[in-house]
Design a protein around this ligand. Structure first.
Ligand SMILES: Cc1ncc(COP(=O)(O)O)c(C=O)c1O
Length: 401
């Protein structure tokens, strides 16, 4: 039986994620991995979660264990409305929220909602590779806009919008990770956000705002979200996830946008998975109701700040001349650039031989033509592993300069 003749075009367009594949190779415990984007599992609020499950099952087992509404559980959405108001000055009705199975589902759904094969979208270059994967599966032509140390350049977004206009192709949306971007750790300043939003209006498109790391800020002040800056005009759809601020295992997030667009998302989701787990929605609602999210984030921020500082210290101490890196004010990643002539993908084999791993930058570029960057994660490894791993990495780079 030859299945190849039967697969759909979607299957032929699907590409395995470099990171997911890499994670299998580096499962060897002797390898110190800065590759994944995983939260520190020692910080998971396990005791609180156990207690919350008890409460949910004692009080609301019939709702928690039943099928739920596709839109999401009412009691959970009420908590989300409150959280958005208190933490982000975002004022929305429950009808503007759709609960989803974390932001990767939101990305997949947005791709299905807006992209026909061959349609164009704009993204920062580099950007989150799971988003690239979702958009590519839908057949998107992804136009990358250049970035500097403050994230994507508004002028280059404008140039790309103008180019698409000349070619008679609408830009379906502009995908951005504005805060502590995956992979670079950069944050788009507020003035630049305002400019980009004006461009979205001018060219009749919207910004897809994906900001899982926003609340993981170690210092400084957050610029306003694109959603807040938009002030209800409808040029922003934003997505939230509990993966990086609570637990990724719950696979829980939500999309916020204009009510009529959310209604269309709801219909799409009906055919995908009926609803996101009511059990986990009620548990998370209880976590929010008890005010535990804030204290959990505070704890996490303090641990990750120390790890970021340690990684920067080790980089300063051990990296040879010609290597540079970003100094993120939050999030889980920093971005390291090797001298132009070096190839981070080839170097990865040597690094793995030296028992240290990272993700090569090339996969984060929509057109895959930059070879000398790598992403380093600092949230998952212990301080001892960060010290030892950075020594191994610096030595690998020196040996191959
Ligand atoms: C920018 C960005 N968006 C979305 C995701 C997907 O996360 P989740 O589906 O767990 O919410 C990630 C995960 O690393 C990410 O970095």
């Amino acid at each position: 039986m030859d299945y190849n003749e039967l697969f759909s075009n979607i299957v032929h367009r699907s590409k395995a994620s470099a990171i997911r594949e890499l994670l299998k190779i580096i499962a060897n415990p002797q390898i110190i991995s800065f590759a994944g984007g995983l939260p520190d599992p020692n910080l998971f609020p396990t005791t609180e979660v156990k207690d919350i499950f008890d409460t949910v099952l004692d009080k609301s087992a019939k709702e928690a264990l039943q099928y739920g509404a596709t839109e999401g559980q009412n009691s959970f959405k009420q908590e989300l409305v409150r959280m958005l108001k208190e933490t982000e000055r975002i004022f929305v009705k429950p009808e503007q929220i759709l609960v989803v199975s974390a932001s990767q589902q939101a990305l997949d759904m947005t791709a299905r909602m807006f992209i026909n094969p061959g349609d164009s979208i704009i993204s920062a270059c580099p950007t989150y590779l799971g988003a690239l994967q979702a958009f590519q599966v839908a057949g998107a032509d992804i136009v990358g806009a250049k970035s500097d140390s403050n994230g994507v350049l508004a002028e280059d977004i404008e140039a790309k919008l103008e180019l698409l206009k000349k070619q008679g192709k609408p830009c379906k949306f502009i995908y951005l990770v504005p805060d502590f971007q995956n992979p670079t750790g950069t944050t788009i300043p507020q003035e630049r956000r305002v400019q980009i939003l004006e461009l979205a209006r001018k060219y009749n498109t919207f910004i897809l705002e994906d900001s899982p790391y926003r609340q993981v800020r170690f210092e400084g002040k957050s610029p306003k979200t694109f959603y807040e800056l938009d002030n209800g005009q409808g040029n922003v759809i934003t997505m939230f996830t509990f993966s990086k601020v609570f637990v990724p295992g719950f696979r829980l997030g939500f999309i916020v946008g204009p009510e009529d667009v959310i209604r269309k998302f709801v219909i799409l989701k009906q055919s995908m998975d009926l609803c996101t787990s009511p059990t986990l929605q009620l548990a998370t609602a209880e976590f929010l109701r008890r005010g535990l999210l804030r204290s959990h984030i505070e704890k996490m921020v303090s641990v990750y700040r120390q790890k970021r500082d340690l990684m920067l210290e080790m980089l300063d101490e051990h990296m040879p001349a010609g290597v540079s890196w970003t100094r993120p004010e939050g999030g889980l990643f920093l971005w390291l650039t090797l001298p132009d002539h070096m190839d981070a993908t080839k170097l990865l084999h040597k690094a793995i031989e030296n028992k240290v791993a990272y993700v090569a930058g090339v996969d984060f570029y929509p057109d895959g033509n930059v070879f000398n960057d790598m992403r380093l994660n600092f949230s998952y490894s212990s301080p001892e592993q960060i010290k030892e791993g950075l020594k191994r990495l610096a030595q690998t780079i020196k040996d191959n300069l």
